[in-house]
Design a protein around this ligand. Structure first.
Ligand code: HEM
Ligand code: FPP
Length: 298
């Protein structure tokens, strides 16, 4: 292969990687691992963990790649996304479909054959929920798009749990509920920060359809809801005081960010709230793991 052909080849794989939204998928996998770690199991469930991770990662990545394909026209009109591989034409539709389709098939087969059929169907449904229902329909139709579509992205703790147990449980459903309540304030803060993008692309996100003040109030109210829901694993005795203290501290800090946002107390509060939402979710799931480990030791 000539030097230019090699560089083109490497560039294509780099673009494919970008299409998988690696940082988002990484955080989803962390929530799935926590689901696996909390699941009851007699010995270390190596196959469920390794192959479950591979299958969930492949299907989540394929959803992200289909999102790049379906949204290429929208992405071209937004400053944040106009350099994306499909939007710029660096990756053709045909190449993108082969890549995303291969990931779908790989992820589904791994889960179906070597993990369990429940996890395979639930993960495929999550992928379709995000790539087809949210991206293809809801995103263009209603400012409640991410409230409904958020369920797909919230599923990984349950997918992790079912990879190991083959059954649905009450605790992973609570964890899904936490991410479900977290998603709207996570996204709306970014949508406030990037309102011009959504106006340009004519996407009916809440700040565009109902204004910034109304959206800030929603972010504020959802962060209260999130605080209450995040304490449910403690209230139901699934988690102990280590988790409760962490959930309370993180929830109060998130409320503080969203108070600053609501009251215009800080420059760039929308961006600050969005960034903190990611730290919040990561640390909340670390706290679940910590609490579980402490209680296993004592
Ligand atoms: C339908 C639900 C969701 C929507 C609409 C949404 C929306 C977004 C958007 C628009 C971004 C900015 C991406 C960029 O700058 O390219 C973002 C970033 C991010 N989201 Fe979400 N999100 C959702 C669910 C989730 C979930 C469930 C997780 C993880 C459990 C997550 C984790 C992240 C992370 C880690 C980033 C930062 C990525 C980076 O810095 O490149 N999101 N989200
Ligand atoms: C199997 C499984 C768990 C599937 C979930 C797949 C997945 C990667 C969901 C990502 C959620 C997300 C970043 C939405 C943003 O989409 P957007 O189109 O609103 O944002 P964008 O403008 O950055 O593309």
């Amino acid at each position: 292969m000539s030097k230019t052909a090699t560089a083109r080849h490497q560039g294509l794989w780099h673009d494919f990687y970008e299409m998988t939204k690696p940082k988002v998928v990484m955080l989803m996998l962390i929530t799935a691992w926590v689901g696996m770690a909390l699941a009851p199991s007699e010995s270390f469930p190596l196959a469920g963990v390794v192959l479950g991770t591979l299958g969930i990662a492949a299907l989540a990545a394929s959803g992200a790649a289909f999102n790049h394909l379906l949204d290429r026209k929208i992405d071209q009109r937004m400053a944040r996304t106009h350099r994306r591989p499909v939007a710029t034409g660096r990756v053709s539709m045909q190449q993108g479909v082969v890549f995303a389709g291969s990931l779908t098939v790989l992820g589904f087969i791994v889960l179906y054959l070597w993990v369990n059929t429940l996890t395979a169907w639930l993960t495929l449904a999550s992928m379709v929920g995000y790539a087809v229902i949210y991206t293809g329909f809801l995103k263009r139709a209603t400012p409640q798009n991410i409230v409904i579509g958020g369920l797909a992205g919230a599923m990984p703790p349950l997918l992790g749990w079912t990879s190991v147990t083959g059954e649905i449980g009450a605790l992973p459903l609570l964890l899904v509920l936490i991410i479900f309540a977290w998603t709207p304030p996570h996204f709306w803060a970014l949508a406030i920060h990037r309102i011009k993008d959504y106006q340009n692309a004519e996407i009916p996100m809440m700040p565009v359809t109902h204004g910034i003040a109304y959206t800030k109030m929603h972010v504020w109210l959802y962060s209260w809801l999130l605080l209450a829901i995040s304490l449910l694993p403690f209230a139901t005795l699934n988690m102990g005081p280590v988790y409760a203290v962490c959930a309370l501290a993180l929830g109060l800090r998130y409320l503080q960010w969203n108070w600053w946002l609501l009251m215009d107390r800080k420059a760039n509060a929308a961006w600050g709230s969005f960034r903190f939402s990611i730290t919040y979710l990561l640390l909340l799931f670390v706290a679940l793991l910590l609490d579980h480990s402490v209680r296993a030791l004592f």
